[in-house]
Design a binder for this molecule. Structure first.
Ligand SMILES: O=P(O)(O)OC[C@@H](O)[C@@H](O)c1c[nH]c2ccccc12
Length: 231
């Protein structure tokens, strides 16, 4: 099992905590804070994995990824619209353990090639999907994270999130063979995260919700409390 999937499925909190300088709509999320300080706060709170957005739309850059992977003892996902083999090699050199592959943007043959290349490099493919047809196109699903994106990247994620999409697509994702279904985007509250994890998601990816929270530690404590309440 890959280090990324192992960390997510065995950690105290099955949360991939994301660093994203700003939203696609241009809202500042990191502001004057140092990204390294935010990453340390995520780690102290108990995040199983980190995610760093390197795409320019979101104010990110590869140097920030390198800075975070240097300090992080947990696996780090590189979030960007990766389309080429050499970007996978660069991600590995920057210290990433997992790479985003966006099914919506990649023709089936290209997705298959990139998943194969990522696995050959020892990177965990984090394949983002928005519908059943895309799930059907995920190759080697047993070795991939299948991440259901609750927002739509076709409108640059400006529209509202539909967490119901995660509810609808959990069974098809598991049927495809992934051991690690993840719900991503638009998860604002610990209660929403608790509901998705208790429904059967191996993890949730949270950016904006954690970046806006006063304290990641409180957000995680509230997640633990919400899960207990639901037992
Ligand atoms: O901030 P949110 O709503 O919690 O979403 C995080 C993450 O899913 C989102 O940043 C994202 C989803 N797909 C992407 C592709 C590239 C960059 C970023 C993303």
């Amino acid at each position: 099992m890959s280090a990324f999937i192992n960390a997510l499925t065995t950690g105290a909190f099955p949360v991939i905590a994301e660093l994203k300088p700003r939203s696609a709509a241009g809202e500042e999320l990191v502001g004057t804070r140092a990204p390294a300080d935010i990453a340390r706060a995520y780690l102290d709170a108990g995040a199983a994995c980190l995610s760093v957005v390197t795409g320019r739309w979101f104010g990110g850059d590869p140097a920030m990824l390198a800075e975070i992977t240097r300090l992080s003892p947990v696996p780090v996902l590189r979030k960007d619209f990766l389309t080429r083999d050499k970007q996978l090699v660069a991600s590995l050199e920057l210290g990433a353990s997992a790479v985003l592959l966006t099914a919506t943007l990649l023709p089936a043959a290209v997705l298959a090639t990139l998943v194969g290349r990522a696995l050959a490099l020892g990177l965990t493919p984090f394949v983002e999907v928005v519908d059943e047809a895309e799930i059907e196109r995920v190759p080697n699903a047993a070795d991939c994270v299948i991440a259901v994106n609750n927002k739509d990247i076709r409108d640059r994620e400006r529209g509202p999130a539909d967490l119901g999409r995660s509810t609808r697509l959990l069974s098809p994702a598991l049927a495809r063979g992934t051991r690690c279904p993840v719900s991503a985007s638009g998860i604002e509250t610990p209660e929403q995260a608790a509901r998705l994890i208790d429904a059967g998601y191996a993890g949730v990816l949270v950016g904006t919700g954690l970046l806006r929270a006063h304290s990641p530690a409180h957000w995680f404590a509230d997640l633990a409390a919400a899960r207990k309440e639901r037992l």
